[in-house]
Design a protein around this ligand. Structure first.
Ligand SMILES: C[S@@+](CC[C@H](N)C(=O)[O-])C[C@H]1O[C@@H](n2cnc3c(N)ncnc32)[C@H](O)[C@@H]1O
Length: 356
């Protein structure tokens, strides 16, 4: 099949019929050959992936595509490569990072005015990617704390205070007084590195800062490899503030634009792991903070449960889960309770925290 425009491509995709038998056979074959269980993912998303591969082959039906991919390892690799959507950038949804920064500032008992940090990107930079009026509007939007969220922050401050001071005073340094953070999925590393930059920046300014450990994982080997190398194009830098860009990156001019190299100091703060989270987590840690942003959207309804159970089990009591801005578990899920609607933050608590 051939297509000469996006419109033509979409029409071709829409017109491919899906027969159940070939679809199931294909999913089964992919599981056997790649180990990936595509049944976990949103059906529409998988169908679109299959069809968008099909239109690049001579196949006209799903059954023909099944035969084609069965005897063609290169096609299996192509299917997988484009399947994982690694789209991400530094400080994506920067107000979420501001909130996390606030927690650590409060937890470290320093005053906000004594801390040098600016997470908000320059409006002119934002305007390159969005319309200017939108960018400015976003920058001046006041963060709105619901009453629930305000109470929650008090809980978290107490929690961080206890970790960083009470335990440190009473016990020798150990894993117990380290704040564990997991970025899952981390794609090419921009999310955990954003966090590491914020914590490193605070650590050098707050006299008593808690120990912390950041684990970052993703299913895609090429994404993890890129994260470990730590060199980024300007696309990844589109919402980073000048403060963080100047402090933690060096720039090199190439034939294709600039490459932005993250400092070794920040690279050393993260342990990257390649894993399929639907099969569980391979590290022996429980986490105080889990970033699980823009993954849930790909999973189908039945398997969200299995996946969320894994995430919930990895959180300590009172630990927090941060979802992507377009994702929701509504008011609660299991022991996870929504405490900040704007930032999609849930807290794990067995007791009912707030009256509805
Ligand atoms: C859109 S990125 C999200 C990156 C980052 N959290 C952010 O918000 O910018 C989604 C990532 O999910 C990863 N992914 C998909 N299925 C996965 C699985 N079963 N286990 C771990 N990572 C997975 C993909 O490889 C991709 O890098």
């Amino acid at each position: 099949m051939s297509f000469d425009s996006e419109q033509n491509k979409d029409n071709l995709i829409d017109n491919i019929p899906v027969d159940e038998k070939s679809y199931n056979a294909l999913i089964h074959l992919l599981k056997k050959t790649t180990g990936l269980n595509f049944k976990y993912y949103n059906r529409k998303f998988i169908e679109k992936r299959i069809k968008s591969r099909m239109i690049r082959t001579p196949c006209r039906t799903l059954n023909e595509y099944y035969d084609y991919i069965s005897s063609n390892n290169a096609e299996i690799n192509k299917f997988i490569e484009g399947f994982t959507v690694n789209y991400t950038f530094f400080f994506r949804d920067y107000d979420v990072f501001e909130t996390i920064q606030d927690l650590f500032i409060q937890g470290s008992r320093v005053s906000r005015k004594d801390i040098k940090s600016n997470i908000r990107p320059d409006p002119n930079k934002l305007a390159k990617f969005r319309t200017k009026s939108n960018a400015v509007k976003n920058l001046h939007k006041n963060r709105f704390l619901t009453e629930k969220a305000a109470k929650y922050y008090v809980d978290i401050f107490i929690f961080l205070n206890q970790l960083s001071y009470y335990q440190k005073m009473k016990r020798p340094k150990s894993e117990n007084n380290t704040i564990n953070i997991w970025s899952c999925p981390c794609a090419t590393g921009e999310e955990p590195y954003s966090l590491a930059m914020i914590l490193d920046n605070l650590e050098t300014q707050a006299p008593r800062f808690p120990n912390y450990k950041i684990i970052a994982s993703d299913i895609a080997p090429e994404a993890i490899q890129k994260a470990k190398v730590g060199i980024y194009t300007d696309d990844s830098m589109k919402e980073i503030s000048d403060y963080y860009e100047n402090k933690y990156f060096t720039k090199q001019k190439t034939h294709f634009g600039y490459k932005n190299i993250i400092s070794e100091r920040i690279k050393n703060k993260i342990e990257f792991v390649e894993e399929d989270v639907t099969k569980g987590h391979s590290k022996p840690y429980y986490y105080d903070i889990i970033f699980c942003r823009y993954l849930l959207i790909y999973f189908n309804r039945e398997n969200r449960h299995k996946f969320l159970k894994i995430i919930e089990n990895q959180l300590v009591e009172n630990g927090i889960l941060i979802l992507g801005k377009t994702e929701t578990l509504f008011d609660s899920w299991g022991n996870l309770q929504l405490i900040d609607t704007n930032n999609r933050i849930y807290i794990k608590s067995r007791s009912k925290l707030y009256e509805r």
